[in-house]
Design a protein around this ligand. Structure first.
Ligand code: ATP
Ligand code: MG
Length: 308
C-alpha cells in the first residue's frame, strides 16, 4: 500500500528527516509516534505530496508520489493537523466540492457524503455552514473528506490534537473501522495511549530517525527486562551515581536538577536494593518505579520523555 524508502528532508540548516523507511500494508494501522519536532509532519507532508523530499522515495499503491503524483494522490486520503475546509460552505457542500475534485459522479457522491456524515454523527448539521462548527466537528468532517473517494491509504497527521476525550475516541474508533474495510492507515501522534490503543505496528521517530519499530507486543518485549526508576527531590547526583555504578546493566538516563531517571534490569534484586539505598540518602522526595511500557522504551532509547 505504502512504501517509504530512505526519506531525507533538509530545511536550510535543519535536517528534519535523516533517512526514514517503513511500509504500511492493506488494512494495517501504522503509527508514527514521536515528540514535538521529531519529523512527523515533514514525513507525512512528503508522503501526501505537499512537500518534496531532499532524497528518498514514496510509493502509494505502486505509484511514486514524485514521478506519478496524480495517480498516487488518487489512491490516498489525507487528513492534516489544520483542517482544510471551505468555511462558507455547508458540510455536505464541502463533501460535494472535494469529492468532485476526485471525479466522483454527483449522484453517487451525494449518497456517499450523506452516508458518511451520518456515520460520523454529523447528519443533523450536514446543511450548516462549516464556519459555525466546533473544532471536533471540523475534524470529523475532515475525516469524512479523507475517505470520500475510497482511498486504499489514509494518511493522518495528529488527527486528535486539541479534541475533547469523547471526540478523540470517536475519531480513533472511526479510523479503526476504516482500516477494517482494508484501507491502510498511517497516522502520526505524540500520544502514547493512542498508539497503544489503535496501532497494529508502531514506528518510534525521534530527531528525524525511526529508532524502533514493530508490533506493540514486540516493542514491549524489548523493554520487559527493564525497569525505569524516577527520583525527584533535591538530589545528590554523585551519591546516586555511586549507588548505580556497581549494578550490571544499570544506566542513568536523565540527570536534571530535581529529577533523575535510572534504567535497571528488572530480573534482579537490584531494584529493591537500590531503591532502599537511595531512599536512605534523604533529600529524595519521590520514587517511582514503572513497569515496561512503550514510554520506558522511548526513554531507554532516547533518554527523554515522549511528552515534553
Ligand atoms: N518549513 C520549515 N523550515 C525550517 N525548519 C522546519 C520547517 N518545518 C519543520 N522544520 C523543522 O524540522 C524539524 C521537524 O519538524 P516537524 O514539523 O516535521 O516535526 P513534528 O514531529 O511534526 O513535530 P510536532 O509534534 O510539533 O508537530 C523541527 O526541527 C522543525 O523545527
Ligand atoms: Mg507535526
Amino acid at each position: 500500500m505504502l512504501q517509504v524508502d530512505s526519506l531525507k528532508k533538509k530545511y536550510d540548516s535543519v535536517e528534519a528527516l535523516k533517512g526514514v523507511s517503513f511500509s504500511v500494508g492493506a488494512g494495517e494501522i501504522y503509527g508514527l509516534l514521536g515528540p514535538n519536532g521529531a519529523g512527523k509532519s515533514s514525513a507525512i507532508n512528503i508522503i501526501a505530496g505537499i512537500l518534496s523530499p531532499t532524497s528518498g522515495t514514496v510509493t502509494v499503491s505502486g505509484h511514486s508520489i514524485i514521478t506519478d503524483a496524480v495517480e498516487a494522490k488518487k489512491a490516498m486520503g489525507i487528513v492534516l493537523q489544520e483542517a482544510v475546509l471551505v468555511e462558507e460552505l455547508s458540510a455536505l457542500q464541502n463533501c460535494m466540492f472535494f469529492g468532485s475534485l476526485y471525479g466522483i459522479p454527483a449522484e453517487r457522491l451525494k449518497k456517499r457524503s450523506l452516508d458518511l456524515l451520518s456515520w460520523i454523527g454529523l447528519s443533523d448539521r450536514a446543511r450548516d455552514p462549516v464556519e459555525k462548527f466546533s473544532g471536533g466537528m471540523k475534524q470529523r468532517l475532515s475525516l469524512v473528506l479523507g475517505v470520500l473517494h475510497e482511498p486504499s491509504l489514509l494518511v493522518l497527521d495528529e488527527p486528535t490534537v486539541g479534541l475533547d476525550p469523547q471526540t478523540r475516541l470517536l475519531i480513533l474508533d472511526s479510523i479503526r473501522e476504516i482500516s477494517r474495510k482494508g484501507t491502510g492507515v498511517l497516522f502520526s501522534t505524540h500520544y502514547l495511549e493512542e498508539a497503544e490503543r489503535l496501532c497494529d505496528r508502531v514506528g518510534i521517530i525521534d530527531d528525524g530517525r525511526i529508532i524502533a519499530e514493530g508490533t506493540l507486543a514486540s516493542l514491549r518485549e524489548a523493554v520487559e527486562n527493564v525497569q525505569i526508576v524516577t527520583l525527584r527531590g533535591a538530589l545528590d547526583a554523585p551519591l546516586i551515581e555511586e549507588a548505580v555504578a556497581p549494578i550490571a546493566g544499570g544506566r542513568i538516563l536523565l540527570r536534571a536538577e530535581n529529577e533523575m531517571v535510572i534504567s535497571l534490569p528488572s530480573r534482579s534484586d537490584s531494584v529493591a536494593a537500590l531503591v532502599q539505598k537511595i531512599s536512605s540518602l534523604g533529600n529524595v522526595k519521590e520514587v517511582s518505579i514503572r513497569p515496561p511500557s512503550l514510554e520506558n522504551l522511548f526513554i531507554n532509547l532516547t533518554g527523554k520523555q515522549i511528552r515534553d
